[in-house]
Write a protein that binds this ligand. Structure first.
Ligand code: NAD
Length: 372
């Protein structure tokens, strides 16, 4: 058996550990990449208070499903300001923009040059990237991926490069206490999708398996509670662990159907990333039960569930209880939109990692079922 493991990001995990940031920051000027809500909620002031005397520039224009234009603008600011490091502070969107900006700042060009089928690849490391997540779900703080919306939002796709690995991730559950219930639900389901896809997809490793199982169980045991009661600090912490561990798993294995099909769903229906991916979880379990039954049986054992049907019911009940849409029809989806959605999803790098693989007619049927 051959497999690889590579995860170069140093992780500091724990409530209150944001205060350790100064010890780990390189000298020089710092660019903080965040969004307007984060700034309004006082997160940026909190960071400034920790770094007295440090020269800081703030780019707070990151939008959900961040655009390549935001990355280009943040990179320009990094260069003009003379930043020596970039902090991504927020949910997955600011962290991804920080990664893109840090690498464009040193490699030049525009982000669009570097997407799949583009004209360039990153040739040298970016500015050092430090990620501080304030949502529990994307795990972007430990991945080599950045996900961006190109062509005025028409194309959402990921860029992967080892240069996107942050040097440091500070995962401080206290920073997630203010996430509202809907955001908590969507990001928590993102973590679940990372873990389920890592475990059930066709690319896995013994190490990703262990991490995926732990993360799945943590989400099943804690997400409903934290959506109901955001003040439950124990459940918040467990979800932060789930997010981190699920993301480590998906970095060593591969994501599949939910992410490939979720990207066009996000952009088309303006649905949160985590919900858009999780809509496809029941179908992923169904396919895995056919093509990887031993995996499903093992997952069921680990989750104290009798069989695949019970696992599917448990996932469906979770989606319902945290408010995740179950069909695209309820978002205004109609069958005539299916060909465009299928084309975009079939173009995603990891669609082929779906249990049993994926064909265009199969995916068409999956989308058509979601329009009923
Ligand atoms: P987000 O970063 O877009 O944030 C959503 C909203 O939550 C924003 O309005 C933000 O201001 C708010 N928010 C963030 N933290 C908050 C807090 N503590 N309190 C109150 N509000 C807060 O959403 P997200 O779900 O974290 O990230 C989604 C993005 O991450 C998508 O673009 C997705 O594709 C990407 N992603 C990237 C990776 C990766 O490995 N690079 C992995 C998964 C997802």
């Amino acid at each position: 058996m051959n497999f690889n493991f590579y995860s170069p990001t140093r992780v500091l995990f724990g409530a209150g550990r944001l205060k350790e940031l100064p010890e780990h920051l390189p000298s020089g000027k710092i660019l903080v990449v965040t969004d307007a809500t984060m700034e309004k909620l006082g997160f940026v002031d909190k960071l400034r208070a920790l770094l007295p005397g440090r020269e800081i520039a703030v780019f707070s224009d990151v939008e959900p499903n961040p655009s390549d234009c935001s990355v280009n603008r943040a990179a320009k600011l990094a260069v003009e300001f003379g930043a020596s490091a970039v902090i991504g502070f927020g949910g997955g969107s600011p962290m991804d923009v920080a990664k893109g900006a840090a690498c464009i700042a040193t490699n030049g060009g525009e982000l669009d040059d570097y997407r799949r089928g583009g004209t360039r690849t990153f040739q040298k490391p970016g500015l050092p990237i430090i990620c501080i997540p304030t949502t529990a779900g994307t795990g972007s703080e430990v991945t080599f991926a950045g996900v961006f919306a190109f062509q005025n939002g028409a194309l959402k796709t990921g860029i992967v490069t080892p240069f996107f690995y942050p040097v440091l991730a500070i995962v401080d559950p206290e920073l997630t206490y203010s996430v509202p219930p809907r955001g908590t639900a969507a990001t928590g389901l993102d973590a679940l999708t990372h873990a389920m896809e890592s475990y059930l997809g066709q690319v896995d490793t013994p190490q990703s398996d262990g991490m995926a199982l732990v993360a799945i169980r943590l989400v099943l045991d804690n997400l409903e509670q934290v959506v109901k009661n955001g003040g439950d600090t124990y459940a918040r912490e467990q979800m932060c662990i789930a997010s981190l561990v699920a993301s480590h798993a998906s970095s060593q294995a591969e994501i599949c159907l939910g992410h490939a099909a979720g990207y066009p769903v996000t952009t088309h229906y303006h649905l949160e990333h985590g919900f858009a991916c999780a809509i496809f979880l029941p179908e992923t379990v169904r396919l895995a039960a056919i093509h990887r039954p031993e995996r499903v049986a093992n997952l069921c054992r680990y989750c104290d569930l009798p069989d695949a049907a019970a696992l599917t019911s448990r996932i469906e009940a979770l989606l319902d209880s945290v408010g995740c849409p179950r069909t695209l029809k309820e978002l205004g989806g109609t069958p005539d939109q299916v060909p465009e959605l299928v084309q975009a999803a079939m173009g995603a790098r990891y669609i082929g990692n779906t249990p049993g693989g994926m064909t265009q007619p199969q995916l068409t049927e999956i989308f058509l079922n979601l329009m009923k």
